[in-house]
Design a protein around this ligand. Structure first.
Ligand SMILES: Nc1nc2c(c(=O)[nH]1)N[C@@H](CN(C=O)c1ccc(C(=O)N[C@@H](CCC(=O)O)C(=O)O)cc1)CN2
Length: 287
């Protein structure tokens, strides 16, 4: 992360000759100073992906004017999907948790140490287990019970809370309820989950026990965007750890917790730094 305030342009468009020239020419024409740039041409889909960081004070206008000029002069002519974000604006991350503590604890530690330079406006849970721990950090804790009879109302409440706190991103930190299609659609591209398996293996509940029954030699964790199809959203980050015949499901759960914490932290950082571009059910991640 740079010291200076910078804007991040993340974009994709139909591949063609001259994209980089058009984009870098526009930036140079206005005296823009490029700090980092990444590009990828996807041969299969014919789509071109880019991520460019520009020193904010190198441009002669503010972000709103930059967006307007870029839209008019570059994005529309190139039929781009694009966004430009300001590094000075802290992302607001709402965390959801159930009964497992490790990912919540890890995220709060990274937040408290400012390793993750974010706002956490609240933590939401379907249990009240972590109320004291979360409030000790000075973060509001909101208990939203979920049962077979109140799911629609519970998820509508969660969406209302997210909107009320002006949330940018929702993190499911081992939140063990399946979100409604309505909530997934309303917050498409904004909900990140840590699944405790190396997807697409062992979707759903109790993946370590599934892995034990299958006799695998590697277990892992997957950070992915949440969609209405369970554990099938675009993958952001994954990692694995070796196990063997002597390991019980409880051993796997213990090993897996370390992997889950690091995969979630990496995947969340990539998302927060606008390094992830989604296309279809896949991602380009400019790490
Ligand atoms: N719409 C989605 N919701 C959720 C996703 C997702 O990809 N799409 N990921 C899950 C997380 N998850 C595994 O990582 C998971 C959570 C819960 C279950 C499950 O079967 N839950 C039961 C209730 C379990 C309980 O009450 O303890 C259920 O909802 O009926 C499977 C996988 C988070 N949500």
């Amino acid at each position: 992360m740079h010291r200076d305030r910078f804007y991040t342009l993340s974009a994709s468009c139909p591949d063609q000759v001259g994209i980089i020239a058009r984009v870098s020419g526009f930036i140079a024409e206005h005296g823009g100073w490029i700090l980092e740039s990444s590009f990828h041409a996807d041969d299969l889909t014919g789509r071109y992906f880019m991520r460019i960081e520009i020193k904010a004070d190198s441009l002669p206008f503010l972000l709103a004017e930059f967006r307007e000029r870029f839209r008019r002069d570059v994005a529309e002519p190139l039929a781009m999907d694009w966004r430009i974000n300001d590094s000075a604006v802290k992302k607001r991350v709402v965390v959801l948790v159930s009964k497992q503590e490790h990912c919540l604890y890890d995220l709060l530690a990274r937040w408290q140490s400012k390793e993750l330079d974010i706002e956490i406006p609240c933590v939401i849970s379907n249990h009240d287990t972590f109320k004291g721990f979360v409030e000790w950090h000075g973060i509001p804790f909101i208990h939203v019970p979920v049962n077979a009879d109140n799911k629609a109302a519970a998820y509508a409440e969660i969406q209302r809370i997210f909107d009320d706190v002006s949330g940018d991103t929702m993190v499911l930190a081992r939140y063990m309820q399946i979100l409604s299609p309505e909530l997934c659609d309303a917050l498409s591209g904004k909900i990140i989950n840590i699944h405790h398996s190396f997807l697409p293996s062992f979707v759903g509940a109790r993946p370590y026990h599934q892995a034990y029954q299958r006799g695998v030699k590697l277990i892992g964790a997957t950070c992915h965007y949440v969609t209405s199809e369970l554990d099938a959203g675009p993958i952001i980050e994954q990692d694995v750890i070796r196990i063997d015949h002597s390991d019980s499901p409880e051993d796997m759960v213990r090993y897996g917790k370390d992997i889950e914490k690091t995969v979630l932290a990496r995947g969340l950082r990539y998302h927060l730094e606008d390094r992830v571009l989604v296309h279809g059910n896949k991602t380009v991640v400019f790490r």
